[in-house]
Design a protein around this ligand. Structure first.
Ligand SMILES: C[S@@+](CC[C@H](N)C(=O)[O-])C[C@H]1O[C@@H](n2cnc3c(N)ncnc32)[C@H](O)[C@@H]1O
Length: 404
């Protein structure tokens, strides 16, 4: 989708108390692609271990084909360093060596790998992000400025963890040009804040982790336009990624409407799986994003009895709590094709029945496939995490609504 077409569908507006926001500049259809965005920055989400090369292309993050000798022989290494960066093709190798995997990045990643001060995987990932971000400042100063323009406030005084990370980056013989863009602990703190508030995780497909209850993130990306989406615990859009697709721009993310949306409505994503409890949602939003959510769903769940905090520890309890709310939310329901307004005890039930993936341990959100070019809506819903495709007929059959 071109920039101009994106602009016709969405516009950026300032909303008091929410900062910049994206709103519908025309009526939007269920399944419609609202935005396709390419990353400013992508970095691995897999901590580095001695002698353990990644299974993904260091440039495009597609899974490497390593099933036999012939496939393995096509995988290319970084020629510059002992860090085992692998590439799926000469093209990826050549792009990476001049952009994201420069000699300085090679050397820096190697230092992380053998660093005694960065044993904690989370600290390693933060260091990898900082190396990618500072490298971006050298290879594309305008992209670096764009990164700095994103939302994300850092504390006035960098905390000890940030100071330790900054000192590590300082020890990596940063290129001379670093001095020109204000390399300092404050800049490092600002970059970490941008990352925390704006990074999207590109997940491993669930099929590969069937035995794990926790899905893993393969890479993190910062997407400049998608960074303007605010959060809602009952989102009207969700994002898809297709990292392993053979098509070009495989690391783009695509935002699609979950249901029809009126002109002027704000488009919101959920910043985490929608089946999280009220307490967990509020905690994450305050800790990582610095705000208290007062969306329609939170208004309902805030009034649930005070066992909110105590009874939400297990998954079972989560489900129970999710099914137990009580308040009207007619406006939201009327927006949703097929949403019923008749369940006063659980006004958001329609959302969970229709748009939350039923596959075990998935918790993804379903959105319809895009309408046909003629505008005919699709009756196939796709899960944005596991890729499950479900038709509305499947849903009715499961609910026992369909008669023979
Ligand atoms: C990814 S940014 C979204 C765009 C941001 N509003 C901006 O001005 O660039 C995330 C930040 O937006 C704000 N935000 C997002 N959703 C919000 C909400 N539901 N209510 C209040 N603020 C919100 C918070 O400041 C959050 O840290």
């Amino acid at each position: 989708m071109s920039e101009s077409r994106n602009n016709q569908l969405l516009k950026i507006t300032e909303i008091e108390g929410r900062g910049r926001a994206l709103v519908a500049s025309q009526p939007l259809k269920a399944g419609q692609v609202l935005l396709r965005d390419s990353p400013l920055l992508l970095y691995t989400a897999v901590a580095l271990k001695n002698g353990d090369p990644s299974n993904f292309c260091t440039n495009c993050f597609r899974k490497l084909l390593l099933h036999d000798d012939a496939a393995r022989s096509k995988v290319l290494k970084c020629p510059n360093c002992s860090y085992h960066a692998l590439f799926c093709s000469p093209n990826c190798q050549s792009i990476a060596l001049s952009t994201s995997h420069t000699p300085w990045v090679c050397q820096a990643l190697n230092c992380i790998r053998y660093s005694r001060s960065l044993l904690d995987p989370d600290a390693q990932i933060q260091a990898i992000f900082l190396i990618s971000a500072y490298n971006l400042a050298v290879v594309s100063p305008s992209s670096f400025q764009l990164l700095l323009s994103l939302q994300g406030e850092s504390p006035a005084i960098p905390n000890p963890q940030t100071l330790a990370l900054h000192s590590f980056i300082s020890s990596l013989s940063p290129p001379q040009s670093f001095a020109g863009f204000g390399f300092s602990p404050e800049l490092t703190a600002a970059l970490l804040a941008k990352d925390k508030q704006n990074a999207f995780g590109l997940m491993d497909p669930i099929q590969e982790n069937n035995n794990n209850s926790e899905r893993s993130v393969r890479a993190y990306g910062i997407y400049p336009k998608a960074s303007f989406f605010n959060h809602d615990c009952l989102p009207n859009a969700c994002r898809f990624d297709y990292v392993d697709t053979a098509e070009d721009n495989n690391t783009d993310i695509i935002i699609r409407a979950i249901h029809d949306i009126q002109e002027g409505r704000e488009i919101c994503l959920s910043y985490f799986p929608v089946n999280w409890s009220y307490k967990d949602r509020q905690r994450r939003l305050m800790d990582d994003y610095g705000f208290t959510c007062d969306c329609d769903r939170c208004k309902v769940e805030a009034n649930w009895k005070d066992d909110n905090d105590d009874n939400m520890e297990s998954d079972d309890d989560d489900d129970e709590q999710m099914m137990a709310g009580g308040s009207d939310d007619q406006e939201e329901e009327e927006d949703v094709e097929g949403g019923g307004g008749d369940n006063e005890d659980f006004p958001h039930a329609y959302f969970f029945v229709k748009y939350v993936c039923e596959r075990e341990n998935c918790g993804g959100t379903l959105a319809p496939l895009p309408p046909s070019p003629e505008g005919t809506p699709s009756n196939v819903l796709e899960c944005n995490v596991c890729g499950l495709l479900r038709t509305e007929e499947d849903e009715e059959e499961e609910d026992g609504v369909m008669s023979d």
